[in-house]
Design a protein around this ligand. Structure first.
Ligand SMILES: [Fe+2]
Ligand SMILES: [Fe+2]
Length: 256
């Protein structure tokens, strides 16, 4: 009886005196808050999503001195391709974010493979090819990234090829999410023009030629056509004095 009275007084003031139960209740409330989506998810929080995506992209690039601007460049080329394709602003935001994050899974690849000064052997290639799936797993907790065709799916499928010979799922043609078909072209262009430990970067013209040559096999022809249309703008991105193209217009379009 005394205990019950003491509980009746104590509980409203201090919560349940049972420490473990109290802790688990607090944890439950905390986890509920964490898992409650922001109003409007991706749209409402786009500026923050974008900053975090850039930041994580830099974290991946920082592991490899040869690709220090790769993720930013892929994100920018994705943006230009989406505009050339005339897709709506929401697609632009999603695919731009995916451009920053496309190689996030390389965080899970050992340095000995990632920084190897030469071609990878069979086992090293197998491990490297896990990075899209690792990336999709890393992004899984972000609710705003997990819609169909969204950021996580683009990350998962950015190494699929239009003829079905890519990885991880050998998806064919339009079964590959459009954002992933766009990211594949942007990723390949950036990889071709940037230096690698085992070869110097190619010229803008040679990189374009290489992609045009694989239209319909490795790449979606409509995305390759978009590349033709925005090739001059992509070249401008490579100029050292090129203004930052990400930021204002993307954030403005996020509200649409
Ligand atoms: Fe990749
Ligand atoms: Fe960006």
């Amino acid at each position: 009886m005394v205990t019950r009275i003491a509980m009746a007084i104590y509980t409203p003031l201090h919560g349940a005196p049972h420490t473990n139960r109290k802790r688990s209740t607090e944890r439950h409330v905390f986890m509920q808050r964490l898992n409650t989506p922001c109003p409007g998810t991706l749209e409402a929080g786009f500026a923050l999503f974008h900053q975090l995506a850039e930041s994580l992209g830099h974290a991946v690039d920082a592991r490899d001195a040869y690709t220090s601007t790769h993720s930013d460049q892929v994100a920018e080329i994705c943006r230009l391709l989406v505009m050339a394709l005339g897709l709506p602003s929401r697609a632009l935001n999603v695919i731009h974010l995916a451009g920053h994050l496309h190689d996030i899974g390389k965080i899970g690849i050992p340095d000995a493979i990632l920084r190897k000064q030469g071609p990878l052997d069979e086992e090293e290639s197998r491990l490297m090819r896990l990075h899209p799936e690792i990336g999709a797993r890393i992004l899984k907790p972000v609710q705003g990234f997990n819609e169909p065709g969204g950021v996580s799916e683009i990350v998962l499928h950015h190494h699929e090829k239009f003829d079905g010979s890519g990885y991880p799922n050998q998806l064919y043609g339009e079964a590959i999410p459009l954002g992933a078909r766009i990211a594949a072209v942007a990723d390949t262009y950036s990889a071709l023009v940037q230096d690698r430990p085992y070869r110097p970067g190619r010229s803008h013209e040679l990189a374009l030629y290489e992609i045009y040559r694989h239209s319909g096999s490795q790449f979606d022809p409509q995305v390759v056509q978009a590349l033709r249309e925005c090739a001059a703008k992509i070249l401008q991105l490579e100029q050292p004095q090129a203004p930052s193209l990400f930021g204002t217009d993307i954030q403005q379009s996020a509200a649409v």
